[in-house]
Design a protein around this ligand. Sequence first.
Ligand code: GDP
Ligand code: IMO
Ligand code: MG
Length: 489
Amino acid sequence: MSLSTLSHPAAAAAAAGSGKSLSPAVPAGHSVRLPKTRPHVPAAVSAATAAVHADSAEDRVSALSQVSGVLGSQWGDEGKGKLVDVLAPRFDIVARCQGGANAGHTIYNAEGKKFALHLVPSGILHEGTLCVVGNGAVIHVPGFFGEIDGLESNGVRCDGRILVSDRAHLLFDLHQVVDGLREAELENSFIGTTKRGIGPCYSSKVTRNGLRVCDLRHMDTFGDKLDVLFKDAASRFQGFEYSKSMLKEEVERYKRFAERLEPFIADTVHVLNESIQQKKKILVEGGQATMLDIDFGTYPFVTSSSPSAGGICTGLGIAPRVVGDLIGVVKAYTSRVGSGPFPTELFGEEGDRLRKAGMEFGTTTGRPRRCGWLDVVALKYCCQINGFSSLNLTKLDVLSGMSEIKVGVSYNQADGQKLQSFPGDLDTLEQVQVNYEVLPGWQSDISSIRSYNELPQAARRYVERIEELVGVPVHYIGVGPGRDALIYK
Ligand code: GDP
Ligand code: IMO
Ligand code: MG
C-alpha cells in the first residue's frame, strides 16, 4: 500500500487536496504518513482478508460505513482486536476512543506471530493504516513507548503511523499506585481492576486537576501541576510516599518523554474531522465493553470510561451523524475478569473446562477469566444501547465437543417474576435466576472450516438461534485466534 509522506498536520490536508491549512496551534514540521483514501471496492483481496471467500462477504466488508466501529458486547476480551486487525486493511484510520492500557488486544500477523496490544490500536500491523489514540483515552507515556519499542523490535514500523490526541489525559505512575491502594482499601469488595491506574486517572480528569498531553508542551508549569496530583494522593492515602525529590525526578523523566512524544502529538479532533471530509474511512476500536461501561455496566464493578457507542463521539470529537455501522463482538459463551455479578457463570469443572478450552487467561494481567454460558439478556441490552448493525460471534470453536450448550434467555427475580430488562440495581442482579434454553452441541473440530454452510448443523443452529433471540445478524464467526480463522456469514 503506497503512502503519502506528509508534513504534519498542515501539509497533510494540503496534499489531500483540501487546500485548507489546519490548526495553527499544532506546530508543523513533524512527519506523519497519512494513508491514501481506501477504495470502497478493493481491487484485490489482501492476505489479512484471505478468509473472505464469498463475493457477498467481500461486498459486505467493503460496504461498511465510512465511520464504523468494533465494540465489546460483554465484559471484555471478546476478540475485538482480531476483528479490527482483519478489517483494518479496508480503513484508512483505526482509532481508540477510550480506556487505556487496561485493554489487552491479541492479534496475529500473516506469519502467525502473536502481538498483545494495550494502547496502540490494532490496525498497527497494516502499513497503510494510520492509528489514532483519541482524546477520550488515557495515556501512560512510558507504557506507550514500551509498547512501541516492542512492536519495532518485532519489525512493526510505528514511526509516523500513530497520532496521540493533545487533549488525552496523562496517566502517571502515581495513578497506578493509587489504583492499588484503593483496591487494598476495599478489602473484600475490591473491583479487581487491572491496576493500570485507569480509575484514578479518569478521576483526575473529572476532578479537573488532571494533566493532558498538551501540558507536555509547557514544561515550565508541568511540575506545579504534577505537584497538585502528588499532594492530592499523599493527603488521601497514608501509604502514598511523596517527596520533593520524587517530583523533581518525575518532571525530569517527563521532559525526556515530552521530546520523544512530540512527533506523535496532534489535534486529532481536527485530523479526524478533516479525514471524514476527505472521505477517508475510519474504524473505531473499542476497549473493554458495554457491561464494563461506567454508565451501563454492572456499577461499581466497571471500568471508568464509556466503552459503548456514546464514547465514540466524546472520545474522538466526531459528530453522532457520521457514525455508521457498529459491530458488536460477542464470545459464543461469556467470560469476565475481576469482581462483579455474572449471572450465567459456571463454577467447578464446567467453568474450568471452558477456561481451558478457550485459554481464558487475561492478556493484560494473566489472571484466569471467570467463564459461563452466553447471556442473551445482557447481550440484548448491549444491542439496544449500541444499535449494532451486526455481530461478530467469536470462539465458536471453543464450544466443539460439548454434548449440549446452554443459553441464558431470561431472568427471574427472587420473587419469581420475570424481569423485563437488564437491571441497574446490583442487589436485584445478584439475586436473579437465569432461565436457560438448551441446544444440542457438535462433536467435530470446526477450526479449519471457512464456509458457513460447512459448519455442523448444530453449530449453525446455535448461531441462528442467537440471531433470533437478539434480533441482530451475525456477520462474522470466529473459529480460531488466527487472522484467517473467520467465517463470513
Ligand atoms: P479483546 O480484548 O476483545 O481484543 O480480546 P483478547 O485479545 O483479550 O482475548 C481474546 C482471546 O481469544 C485472544 O487470545 C484471541 O487470540 C483469542 N481469539 C479471538 N477470536 C478467537 C476465536 O474465534 N477462536 C479462538 N479459539 N480464539 C480466539
Ligand atoms: P479489553 O479491551 C476485560 C475490567 C477489570 C476490572 C474492571 C475495572 O481487553 O476487553 P480497570 O483497570 O479498567 O479499572 O478495571 O474492568 N477490565 C477488563 N476486563 N477486558 C478488558 O479490556 C478490561 N479492561 C478492564 O478486570 O474488572
Ligand atoms: Mg482483552
